[in-house]
Design a protein around this ligand. Structure first.
Ligand code: FE2
Length: 331
C-alpha cells in the first residue's frame, strides 16, 4: 500500500492530530488537500487529507511490482468490470489506474511514484531511514494497513485474490450460519495483512473501518493512549493484542471521525510460500479479538465506519463538540 486519502469534515483538527500528536510531516498542500508522511515512509506522501462534508475513504493507492504488472492488473480489473480508467495522477504520484472494490471502495494502482528525498536538514544518519525522526509528537514510522467494511466479505476477498494476487492469511467464519465469512485478512507480502475486510453489520457498502500506522513497539501504544487521553482524542479500544494477526492495537477516532489504529508490533509475519489460511470460528472468537481481554465496544467497533450511517452522524457531532486541544498546546 503506497498511500491513502482520508476525507475529513474537520481538516484543521485532523491536521493537528496527524502532525502535532502523531508527528507526521506535511509535504504539500493543494486546494482542499494536505499531504503528509511518516518519517520512514518511502514516498512523497502516505496520507492525503481532503476537506469533505463527511469523513471516509477518498482513495487507496496500491503500488505494483513493475510497469508491466500495472498493465496486467489494470486489464484484470477491467475484465472484472471494476476499472474506472487511467488518471494523470497526483502530487508525487504518476499515472494511475483507478478502480473500485466490489463493495465500492475507491482505489488505484500505480507504478510511477515520487520517492521521498529529504532536504539536507531532515536527512538521517541512519541510512535506511528516509528522514530524521521528528522531535515532537509520538511519531509512527510508516503507513501499515487498511481495514475495510464490506457488505459481502467473500466477494471482496476473492476479487483481491484473483485480480491483484492477495493471499488470505486468516479469516473468521460463522459456522452456525452455514460458514458465512465475516472477516478476512489479506497480504501480498510478508505482513500478516495489508488489507482486512470485515462484514458491515449495518449492511452499508464501501465504508472504511480503519487506517493503521506502524510503531512496531508495544510501549508506544501505551504512550499514545496517554497522549490521546490527555489531549482529548477519543480512544475506542486498547492497548491490547488481537489473536487474529497477533497485532498490538490501539484504536482512536481522529477529529474528522475516521477510526485510526496505532500498530504497536508487527503482528505475525508469514514466510511460508505454501501457508494455509487460518480459520477462526465466531463461536470461539474471544481470543481472536483481544488476547488480553480488552473490550471492543459492540456499539461502535462492529457497526461504526466512515462515512457514518444517518444514526451515527449524531455520534460524530458529539466528538466535534469536545475540547480537542486544551489551550492549543502542542504535545
Ligand atoms: Fe488493523
Amino acid at each position: 500500500m503506497a498511500h491513502a486519502e482520508l476525507h475529513t469534515p474537520d481538516l484543521e483538527g485532523s491536521l493537528w492530530f496527524f502532525t502535532r500528536l502523531l508527528g507526521m510531516r506535511e509535504t504539500a498542500r493543494h486546494q482542499d488537500s494536505i499531504y503528509l508522511r511518516c518519517y520512514e515512509d518511502p514516498y512523497h506522501h502516505s496520507l492525503k487529507l481532503t476537506a469533505h462534508d463527511r469523513p471516509g475513504l477518498g482513495n487507496i493507492g496500491w503500488r505494483t511490482t513493475s510497469p508491466d504488472a500495472l498493465q496486467r492488473r489494470a486489464t484484470a480489473l477491467d475484465q472484472a468490470g471494476l476499472g474506472t480508467g487511467w488518471t494523470t495522477g497526483d502530487i508525487g504520484v504518476g499515472r494511475t489506474f483507478g478502480f473500485t472494490s466490489p463493495d465500492g471502495h475507491p482505489m488505484e494502482l500505480v507504478w510511477d511514484i515520487e520517492k521521498y528525498t529529504a532536504p539536507p536538514a531532515l536527512q538521517s544518519r541512519i541510512l535506511t531511514r528516509r528522514s530524521k525522526r521528528p522531535l515532537h509528537g509520538l511519531p509512527p514510522r510508516r503507513l501499515d494497513h487498511v481495514n475495510l467494511m464490506a457488505s459481502d466479505v467473500t466477494t471482496q476477498k476473492e476479487l483481491f485474490e484473483h485480480t491483484l494476487g492477495f493471499q488470505t492469511r486468516e479469516r473468521v467464519i460463522d459456522a452456525a450460519d452455514g460458514g458465512t465469512e465475516i472477516g478476512a485478512w489479506l497480504s501480498v507480502n510478508n505482513l500478516g495483512h495489508e488489507m482486512a475486510v470485515m462484514r458491515d453489520q449495518t449492511g452499508t457498502r464501501g465504508r472504511l473501518h480503519h487506517l493503521a500506522f506502524w510503531y512496531g513497539v508495544p510501549q508506544h501504544n501505551t504512550d499514545a493512549a496517554e497522549l490521546c487521553r490527555e489531549y482529548g482524542i477519543q480512544i475506542e479500544a486498547g492497548p491490547d493484542v488481537h489473536g487474529i494477526t497477533q497485532g498490538a492495537f490501539l484504536y482512536v477516532f481522529e477529529p474528522g471521525g475516521n477510526r485510526i489504529e496505532l500498530f504497536g508490533n508487527s503482528g505475525i509475519l508469514q514466510f511460508e510460500p505454501d501457508h494455509d489460511t487460518v480459520t477462526w470460528d465466531l463461536a470461539d472468537f474471544d481470543t481472536g479479538l483481544a488476547i488480553g481481554g480488552a473490550t471492543l465496544p459492540a456499539e461502535t467497533y462492529f457497526v461504526y465506519g466512515t462515512p457514518g450511517t444517518d444514526g451515527q452522524d449524531k455520534l460524530l457531532d458529539g466528538w466535534k463538540d469536545r475540547d480537542l486541544v486544551p489551550g492549543g498546546e502542542a504535545p
